[in-house]
Design a protein around this ligand. Structure first.
Ligand SMILES: *Cc1c(COP(=O)(O)O)cnc(C)c1O
Length: 409
């Protein structure tokens, strides 16, 4: 049977909304359109009840209590609220307001709030990972100081899928009385999560990465041992325990809850299926091509993610040769220039290889036929491009390219 094109393998960027999620949301646009904060009538009660159910569903996915869930517009907002909210709430007086530890390959939605806090007098340490991309508890321990008030480290990386030592880092922070936030956008919904056992105080995740709607997310805020307080970013009606004012996006929240519920029930099976497909993708590619490098730790990795560099080809040309496959490249368009991914760069991947990297993000509807098609397409494209590459020719003639002295213009 022919596969349906285009093929979507960019599930780390966003996912398609599950039909079951959409179905659950629909009544809340029309018949049940109430404001969850309206306390005087049926419409309000109905909306509030739906939001409460979603709160239970979201909490159940991460082992939290429903009162510990704060609704937001997505992980960008959750990260901002967690990081700025905690830093400003627990800030020390004076020029040195406190120390924060994070990692150089975090998502921009963590790095940029940290940068903002630096302008407010906070000191931020950006840890660099080793070549495998994993952040260990030992690395974090070395960075902790007397005045450290917050550690923020992602659970799994969005570009390479590597998984950090979250439980151990959490334990370390707990021992020292330091708040611990994790951007778990890529982890939650794919892997089991328990904020108690995993020692987490603040956790961000997002609807559109777990087959729910865009524009809705959640922040877990620990309520006991310790009771975490956050300075709000928005001032207003005092919704969400005063931490996030604004009328609740009831339809979005209902969808978010349903998406969490589906993940909780299906992630074990889905993870096994995607791991098998991802491993097949990698072994079929490496079995047919030389000069292929898989980026990030091979085992400490999400089951759905693969980031592969193809030596001696140009990334953009490779993508052009497979337009019917939706993937992300290792290049990011920043200010009109093509920059290599800062994540790959910080792992020590050279600019050339970073540019020729592709991120595959498998998802709920990825099929084996699609993987076969994609492998075929890539193997053909790479072989074709290499045929025209003088570098590849030199490599085949046994010339060590790293020793070549290039003429400069
Ligand atoms: C997608 C993503 C975000 C941003 O989430 P939004 O809900 O789109 O704001 C933040 N962190 C990570 C790791 C992500 O993958």
């Amino acid at each position: 049977m022919a596969v349906k094109l285009p093929i979507y393998l960019d599930n780390n960027a966003t996912t398609r909304c599950d039909e079951r999620v959409v179905e659950t949301m629909l009544p809340y646009f029309t018949g049940k359109f109430g404001n969850a904060a309206s306390r005087n009538h049926q419409f309000g009660w109905e909306a509030e009840e739906a939001v409460d159910i979603a709160r239970e569903q979201a909490a159940a996915l991460i082992g939290a209590g429903p009162k510990e869930i704060i609704w937001t517009s997505g992980s960008t907002e959750s990260n901002n609220l967690a990081i700025k909210g905690a830093a400003r709430m627990y800030a020390k007086e004076g020029a040195q307001r406190g120390h924060i530890v994070t990692v150089s390959i975090e998502h921009k939605a963590v790095l940029d709030p940290c940068k903002r806090l630096q302008t407010e007098g906070f000191d931020v340490t950006y840890l660099d990972p080793g070549p495998d991309g994993v952040i260990t508890a030992a690395m974090v321990e070395e960075a902790l100081r007397e005045d450290t008030l917050l550690v923020t480290i992602m659970w799994a990386n969005n570009e390479i899928g590597t998984v950090n030592e979250i439980r151990e880092i959490g334990a370390l922070c707990k021992e020292r009385g330091i708040l611990f936030h994790t951007d778990a956008t890529q982890w939650v919904g794919k892997m089991p999560t328990d904020v108690e056992k995993d020692n987490i105080d603040l956790l961000s995740w997002s609807g559109h990465k777990i087959y729910g709607p865009k524009g809705v997310g959640a922040l877990y805020v620990r309520r006991r041992k310790p009771r975490v307080r956050l300075e709000p970013i928005f001032d207003g009606g005092g919704h969400e325990r005063g931490m996030r004012s604004g009328t609740i996006n009831v339809t979005g929240v209902v969808g978010f809850g349903k998406a969490c519920d589906i993940c909780r029930n299906e992630m074990a099976e889905e993870g096994r299926r995607l791991r098998t497909l991802r491993d097949k993708l990698e072994s079929d590619i490496t079995g047919q091509l030389d000069g292929v490098e898989i980026n990030g730790h091979k085992d400490k990795r999400l089951p759905n993610t693969s980031n592969i560099s193809f030596a001696w080809v140009e990334g953009e040309s490779l993508l052009m040769g497979m337009k019917e496959v939706a993937v992300s490249s290792g290049s990011a368009c920043t200010s009109a220039s093509l920059e290599p991914s800062y994540v790959l760069k910080n792992l020590g991947v050279g600019d050339e290889l970073a540019h020729s990297s592709i991120r595959f993000g498998l998802g709920r509807w990825t099929t084996e036929e699609e993987i076969d098609y994609v492998v075929d397409k890539i193997v053909h494209s790479v072989r074709h491009l290499r045929k025209m590459s003088p570098l590849y020719e030199m490599h085949q003639e046994g010339i060590d390219l790293s020793t070549v002295e290039w003429a400069h213009h």
